[in-house]
Structure formats: C-alpha cells, structure tokens
Design a binder for this molecule. Sequence first.
Ligand SMILES: Nc1nc2c([nH]c(=O)n2[C@H]2C[C@H](O)[C@@H](COP(=O)(O)OP(=O)(O)OP(=O)(O)O)O2)c(=O)[nH]1
Length: 125
Amino acid sequence: MVVGAAILADGRLLAAQRAEPPHMAGGWELPGGKVDPGESDEDALVRECHEELAVKVRLGRRVGGDWRLSTRAVLRVWTAELVEGEPQALEHLQLRWLTPPELQNLNWLPGDRPVIEALAKQGLT
Ligand SMILES: Nc1nc2c([nH]c(=O)n2[C@H]2C[C@H](O)[C@@H](COP(=O)(O)OP(=O)(O)OP(=O)(O)O)O2)c(=O)[nH]1
C-alpha cells in the first residue's frame, strides 16, 4: 500500500519531484510512500511527510478510492494541511506549489494523473 498527501495551502497543491529510482527520477508525485507492516495508512502518511519534508501535517479528506499503480500496488490519497514547518526537499529533487492551471502541465508519474485530475475538479480547497 502506497499513501500520498495532497498538501494544500492558499489554493495551491504541493508537488514533489522524485530523485530515484532512475526510471522514475524527474517525475512528479505527491509526498508519501509505503505503509509499514502494522502501521495505519494515516500514520504512515504523517510519518512520510515528516521524513521527506520536515513538516507536520494534519490529514483531511480521502481523495477518491484505491488508485491502482500496478498489478501489485495501490495508492490512497488524503488532502492535508501544514500545521508545523515549511516543506523542504529532503528526499526529492525539488518541490513546487502549483496553482490550478499549472496542475496538468507537470510530468506526473503515470499513476498520479487520474488523482491530479480528481483534485483539479475539486478545486484545491
Ligand atoms: N510517494 C509516492 N509514491 C508514488 C506516487 N505515485 C506512484 O506511482 N508512486 C510509487 C513510486 C514508488 O514505486 C512507490 C512509493 O515508494 P516510495 O519509494 O516513495 O516509498 P518509501 O518512501 O516507503 O520508500 P522505500 O521503502 O521503498 O525505500 O509508489 C505518489 O504520488 N507518491
């Protein structure tokens, strides 16, 4: 199980550019990662945001259901707001805050595209 955070602030979405593995490097994603054994999805997402961005987040609503990434992996997404810290690219190449018109112009990982479309329809609030 992979979890991703749609971190929203002032009508913008935080996008993160992957640094690795090589075939995914340069692609954009939502901060997050794999849920550890015995860990809840929500706890994993809060932990990953802290590890990757050095921020504390509060999760909001679920965005869609289970988004299939591959035959083996599924992505679950929550909206999130920052409660502490400014995001830093500790594990990513760079971070960007995107306005609604900028959402579709990024080289998202293929599995993220339908998620971004759903977020765009909801209006980044
Ligand atoms: N974090 C994240 N991963 C995504 C997204 N979309 C997508 O296809 N993925 C893929 C990339 C990776 O193959 C997998 C997540 O693995 P990861 O490498 O970020 O997880 P992790 O931090 O727990 O790392 P590790 O245990 O493999 O070292 O899901 C997304 O929006 N966010």
